[in-house]
Design a protein around this ligand. Structure first.
Ligand SMILES: [Mg+2]
Length: 432
């Protein structure tokens, strides 16, 4: 394959083949010269690497043999609201239903676009063809220049409802027909802190409580000052990194800088984290500055994580290919759903990279992340747990929503494996 692809024309033909058209990767940025790539020896090896990533990302996300034989034609896509919670319900012409809990904060702002543009595009589609539907909505002329987290969070909510629908119709858990099938029944969780600016000792106390509550064996806290750093934040960072290790000698430690640093500071902080055996540093520099991120990644030993704000599949795979990150974190909402996130995970797997889905604490984000992690052989050892939002009466079917000894059991119920209080659903109003 690599010899054929040495010819530019053949390469284009390969990339626009049916498989790649389905994956939505119609073209690929030109390759960097071999000298710019640290982990690959020569131009042939570079091409092989790129091909492996693209081929893995292009594989079908659903196990076709487990899908219903007859079309699941979508007749209606409804956005429902109860309090701060937004739900998406898809209905087929046969009366089957799928339900997802959407990203409430984003939907509360962009619901007019969801209702007037996104939802109608899915009507008439066959829900079994989830990937093609998402791709078609992405490529529709009305979405030219609508790229971004707000757009993809709308698409993700419908995609999740379609995936739920398939499971309801086939009486199967998503993890049966998603990816290559379920690879684990249990997901170990980590707990994250959303606080900055508090005293290091207060942060330690917070995690003592968290660890006691859910038994987490891994934690993540925040460094820097979010998209910048200053004297006070750096003082806190330097105190917190050793203090956390002293306080939790047997716990896996992660830290998230949320794009705070410049390259020299990021490298200095990364080296300090290495001394105390941290497992990753997330978003050390501007999240969309791939060159700077790679400058950090290539100079430190600690794995560099990122990707929660990425919304382009092409950019994500490019970052994997060019070793911008050591560990990728697609956000199931911001990145447009489970199937696109799986593509990133598979692209990463093709080059031995770990994928830890990112979640925002909205809707049932943690559940979707659990289902995705349970379907990926290269999922990280711990996944973020944020729990069910207050006032959202959702419970798992055949699994757990509250960790025991830091472990969640992956739901086995149909589709997304959750049940919503029927009264709560009945009281939800249709958003028009
Ligand atoms: Mg983060």
């Amino acid at each position: 394959m690599s010899e054929r692809l040495a010819d530019g024309l053949d390469r284009r033909q390969f990339l626009t083949s049916a498989a790649f058209a389905g994956a939505g990767i119609a073209a690929w940025p030109s390759l960097l010269p071999a000298g710019d790539r640290s982990g690959v020896a020569d131009a042939g090896a570079i091409r092989d690497r790129t091909e492996r990533i693209l081929a893995a990302a292009a594989r079908p996300a659903l196990r076709q043999e487990l899908l219903p034989a007859s079309p699941l034609t979508i007749e209606r896509v409804e956005l429902l609201k109860n309090g701060p919670h937004f739900l998406v319900r898809v209905r087929t012409s046969d009366g089957a239903e799928g339900l997802s809990v959407a990203h409430g904060r984003i939907l509360s702002t962009v619901y007019p676009h969801f209702v007037s543009v996104v939802a109608p595009l899915f009507v008439g589609m066959d829900a079994r063809r989830v990937e093609e539907n998402v791709e078609a909505v992405y490529r529709t002329p009305s979405h030219y220049k609508w790229q971004g987290l707000a757009f993809w969070a709308c698409v993700a909510a419908v995609e999740l409802a379609m995936l739920d629908l398939i499971g309801k119709v086939t009486s199967r858990s998503l993890t049966d027909y998603f990816g290559d099938g379920r690879v684990t029944d249990q997901i170990a969780v980590y707990r994250a802190s959303g606080t900055r600016g508090n005293a290091p000792e207060e942060e330690v106390d917070f995690f003592r409580q968290q660890i006691e509550e859910i038994g987490a064996r891994a934690i993540k806290y925040r460094l820097g000052a979010r998209m910048h750093y200053d004297e006070a934040s750096t003082r806190r960072d330097r105190a917190l990194i050793p203090l956390m290790r002293d306080a939790f000698p047997d716990v896996t430690l992660y830290a998230d800088a949320n794009s705070s640093y410049d390259v020299p500071t990021a490298i200095e902080i990364a080296h300090l984290m290495e001394q105390y055996d941290y497992a990753f540093l997330e978003e050390p520099v501007a999240f969309d500055h791939y060159d700077e991120t790679r400058a950090v990644t290539s100079r430190v030993a600690i794995p560099i994580a990122g990707g929660e704000q990425e919304f382009s599949l092409r950019h994500f795979l490019w970052q994997i290919d060019h070793e911008v990150l050591d560990l990728v974190q697609p956000d199931i909402f911001y990145f447009g759903g489970m199937t696109r996130s799986l593509r990133v995970g598979r692209g990463a797997q093709a080059v031995g990279m770990t994928c830890t889905p990112h979640i925002s604490g909205e809707g049932l984000g943690f559940l979707y992340a659990v289902l995705l992690a349970a379907s990926m052989p290269n999922a990280g050892p711990y996944h973020e747990y944020k729990g069910v939002e207050a006032d959202l009466p959702a419970e798992p079917i055949g699994g757990t929503f509250i960790p025991e000894n830091g472990i969640l059991r992956v739901p086995t119920g149909p589709g997304l494996g959750f049940r919503l209080d029927p009264d709560f659903l009945a009281r939800a109003e249709i958003v028009r």
